[in-house]
Design a binder for this molecule. Structure first.
Ligand code: F6P
Length: 358
């Protein structure tokens, strides 16, 4: 059996991308008598611009533990895929032509929600596409977990742990900004794992006065410090009623510089506590994948190779319960998986006395 497989990684990177690439490649080399793998540079940008390389088997060695992606990545927004911009390039036509030029049997796309939307578009255009769900945000519909998420939870939890000790020494209120613009999974998991007192998520708009009550009560008690895990995309109840543009304009007018800085300032004004903002940022996406993510990425990669063997395309790999399976791209593309307000984890946190500021 012969297979010529294209692979690309698109969107924000995360730990586990190389482990997943290795999983696809190693399983393909095991399964097929004749396999050629084409590495496409910087995601859809490379597919549009025709930048790729024939990979050697040795290039897939020694990458299991490596962070980032050996193929490079870029954000190529889905909303512009069918738009002819100043460069006059018809991006969809270019991607289809380059797929033909590379003589691919199929294309494996590793990415998040945006990547999956374009993967679905290409599948509808007749290409043989298989997706692999990666993102530290864990917001891809139809899979319990994406790879990269658990590593980011470990990193964010470590940040919270380290902040905990210095917060306690100084009796300060520490506001830690966790990545996640639309989805609060990373904040919810790391907040619970790190023993945060307050968790603010994009999905559960907060009232700063409710948050202030928690901090004030703790400040008056012997526990003079507070730990707040705040998602990058958290918003207050007033803002939640606004359209995104309106909200951004209001924030710019008020001179807000990120949610952690803002919440820290508001709490020091309202309660008079000494508050500090901590923004770990892209640290949460860097470095080696955790053991969990190495295993998950490998399982996902191998499942993709099994799908290639069966010529089953137009799908993305998923974890459901303890089973590695797959979903139709058409059914999951463009459907973000957000934290339901009544999610069991939210209830667990509330039962532990964690406040969501709602
Ligand atoms: O999607 C992953 C993510 O890290 C989000 O949590 C975050 O909002 C965004 O990417 C940051 O994007 P960039 O790396 O382009 O700054």
């Amino acid at each position: 059996m012969k297979r010529r497989i294209g692979i690309l990684t698109s969107g924000g990177d995360c730990p586990g991308l190389n482990a997943a690439i290795r999983g696809v490649a190693r399983a393909a080399y095991e399964m097929f008598e004749d396999v050629e793998i084409v590495g496409i540079q910087d995601g859809y940008r490379g597919l549009i611009e025709g930048e790729w390389q024939e990979m050697k088997r040795s290039q897939f060695s020694g990458i299991l533990t490596l962070g980032g992606t050996i193929l490079g990545t870029a954000r190529t927004p889905f909303r512009n895929m069918r738009v002819i911009e100043d460069d006059k390039v018809d991006k969809v036509k270019a991607m289809k032509e380059n797929y033909e030029k590379m003589k691919l049997d199929c294309l494996v796309t590793l990415g998040g929600n945006g990547t999956h939307k374009t993967a679905n578009l290409l599948s509808e255009e007749g290409l043989n596409v298989i997706g692999l769900p990666k993102t530290i945000d864990n917001d891809i519909y139809g899979t319990d977990f994406t790879f990269g998420f658990h590593t980011a939870v470990d990193i964010a939890t470590d940040v919270i742990d380290r902040i905990h000790t210095t917060a306690a020494s100084h009796g300060r209120c520490m506001v830690i900004e966790i990545m996640g613009n639309k989805a609060g999974w990373l904040t919810l998991y790391s907040g619970l794992a790190g023993g945060a007192d307050v968790v603010l998520l994009p999905e559960i708009p907060y009232d700063i006065k409710e948050v202030a009550k928690v901090v004030e009560t703790r400040a008056k008690s012997k526990k003079a410090f507070s730990i707040l895990a705040v998602a990058e995309g958290a918003m207050d109840k007033k803002e939640a009623k606004m359209k995104r543009k309106e909200r951004d304009a209001l924030r710019a007018e008020k001179g807000f510089n990120g949610i952690a800085n803002r919440v820290a300032k508001e709490l020091s004004d309202l309660v008079g506590v000494e508050a500090r903002a901590v923004v770990p940022g892209h640290v949460q996406r860097g470095g080696s994948p955790s053991a969990y993510d190495r295993v998950l990425s490998t399982q996902f990669g191998v499942h993709a190779a099994q799908l290639i063997a069966r010529e089953e395309y137009g799908v993305t790999v998923a974890l459901v319960g303890n089973t590695i399976t797959h979903n139709k791209l058409s059914e999951i593309a463009g459907v973000p998986k957000l934290v339901p307000q009544d999610h069991q984890m939210v209830q667990v946190a509330k039962d532990m006395g964690i406040s969501f500021g709602d």
